[in-house]
Write a new protein. Structure first.
Length: 526
């Protein structure tokens, strides 16, 4: 599934209608009908539906939805936040059709009290005030209507936003204080960046992406470079498991991590790699940490490396000279801590290991001082920073801003020829060729120490099982998030990182189920 900007969506609509020889009003009719279906799925007829409309295309979608709902037996009222003469484009046609349908229409004069009463008594409020073209602070009667809707809610009903919650920026996720807080958002053709970037992502509620007839292939034709990691995308990287395979058939992961004060992080990464299907996992730790991890999980092979003051000795990397090709993937960083000269130690590992490498945690701090080495690696490199670590990789201390995350991840991946997993709510995966993927899975159950170490292990374990690094990476990020969702049920407060590992089999089982063609794609709210 493609992920688009407002401009890209408009271009897709334009190309589609021109090539198909269809009037653009056909898309508006399909969009409004989709909104009506979603309302009908959540509110039974003859419920009271209040449709708040602006003058533009978003309002036109609302006019169509109102007409369809009225035809389905709902008690519908349309309130126009402005003047009839300002309605433009295809919305004019839909306004005329609405007026001829007998639906109650109110041209709102800006007085708050009547609108407050109408909102509170509604079973559903359809927010069709502003769409993807909105920028800046809403003004006029539309702005006044947003302020009213921000101050009151339906007593027993829901708010359904058309395309985006009114007021939010479709591309950056920025939102003014009066932006609508929806229970459900219905968008069309493809999700927009604003659905997944904060603060707007916290305002959209459940997201329904409705098919209105625009072929997805158009997105690739016009150069859309971003996609959502759906389950079907994640299934591509799910490695086959031949019945007569053996442990040597599924890769050998080497996890280099841990320290005397943080042995558990590397242990979690190693265990997650095993649970993800790797045939063998070796955990290399400083000698002083070895007693803490040896035997804790007997399936993990423990390798004690030279130690200095509780962390890896500066020349401990030489241990890797003992047959590095026996290992398929190297994961380095969980729990290593920091020490002077650590960047030189990491450089030897990166340049001395011939296969894919996953770099995480404190190893990213070392990498920030020697990132020029990345382009010297022939094999794929995956870095997994959170926003503050991404800032350090860029040579600054501040956290990467939410709105800047997509372009920051993409630019770093292209410049340094690496894969970037920029962690956070809706993690991003940026590829060396400029492709960008957003992961919709995950929950606040992952907001706990050790979750990132588990991600490192899951990714390393899957990469070890296939030559397709990109596919394995996308699968690993999706599985980690889905296991976090399952671990957080019924409440997200209690799970430990080990609980996420324990729920990986359930998440994996979902990838074995074939998908089906449906008119809508659903993303749950936060």
């Amino acid at each position: 599934m493609y992920l688009v900007t407002a401009k890209e969506m408009r271009l897709m609509e334009q190309v589609f209608t021109e090539e198909a020889g269809l009037p653009s009003a056909v898309l508006m009719e399909s969009a409004g009908a989709a909104v009506a279906r979603v309302v009908a799925e959540r509110v039974a007829a003859p419920g009271r539906v209040l449709v708040l409309c602006g003058h533009g295309a978003n309002g036109g979608d609302g006019f169509v939805a109102a007409r369809h709902l009225a035809g389905a037996g709902y008690d519908v009222a349309v309130w126009l936040a402005g003047e009839e003469g300002r309605i433009g484009g295809d919305a004019v046609l839909m306004w005329r059709a609405l007026r001829g349908s007998g639906v109650e229409v109110v041209v709102w004069d800006g007085r708050a009290e009547p609108l407050v009463d109408a909102i509170r008594e509604a079973d559903a409020v359809v927010d069709a005030l502003l769409g993807t073209g909105a920028r800046g602070t809403p003004r006029g009667r539309v702005g006044a209507a947003l302020s009213v809707l921000a101050a009151c809610r339906p007593r027993r009903g829901i708010v359904v936003s058309v395309d985006l919650p009114s007021g939010v920026n479709a591309d950056t996720g920025e939102a003014p204080p009066e932006a609508v807080r929806a229970d459900v958002t219905v968008t069309f053709g493809a999700p927009k960046w604003g659905h997944f970037l904060f603060p707007a992502a916290a305002l959209r509620g459940d997201l329904v992406v409705s098919d209105i007839g625009i072929p997805p292939a158009l997105a690739e034709r016009i150069g859309v470079a971003a996609r959502v990691i759906t389950r079907d995308v994640a299934r591509v990287g799910w490695p086959p498991r031949p019945r007569f395979s053996h442990k040597g058939s599924h890769g050998h992961v080497l996890v280099v991590g841990g320290s005397r004060s943080m042995p558990g992080a590397a242990q979690l990464a190693a265990l997650a790699a095993l649970r993800s299907g790797a045939g063998l996992v070796t955990l290399a730790v400083p000698a002083s940490a070895a007693p803490y991890v040896t035997g804790r999980d007997p399936e993990i092979l423990v390798w004690a490396w030279p130690d200095e003051d509780g962390h890896f000795a500066p020349d401990s990397w030489r241990c890797l000279e003992e047959g590095p090709r026996r290992y398929t993937v190297l994961a380095v960083g969980p729990g290593v801590g920091r020490w002077p000269g650590g960047e030189t130690w990491l450089a030897h590992l990166l340049l001395g290991f011939p296969g894919p490498v996953v770099v995480d945690a404190d190893a990213l701090a070392f990498l920030a001082k020697s990132r020029h080495l990345l382009r010297r690696r022939a094999a794929p490199t995956i870095v997994t920073p959170h926003p503050r670590e991404m800032g350090r990789l860029l040579g600054r201390e501040e956290t990467v801003a939410e709105a800047a995350r997509p372009e920051t991840a993409r630019a770093f991946a292209r410049e340094h020829h690496v894969y970037v997993v920029l962690k956070g709510a809706y993690s991003l995966v940026a590829c060396p060729d400029g492709q960008l993927y957003l992961n919709p899975t995950g929950s606040s159950a992952l907001a706990k120490g050790g979750s990132g170490d588990v991600l490192t292990g899951v990714v390393a374990g899957l990469v070890a099982q296939t030559a397709d690094v990109r596919a394995a990476l996308l699968t690993g990020v999706w599985l980690h998030g889905r296991a976090g969702e399952r671990a957080g049920d019924p409440v997200p407060h209690a799970p430990l990182a080990r609980d996420v590992i324990a729920r990986l089999p359930e998440a994996m089982a979902e990838l074995a189920v074939e998908g089906s063609a449906i008119r809508q794609t659903y993303f749950p709210g936060n």
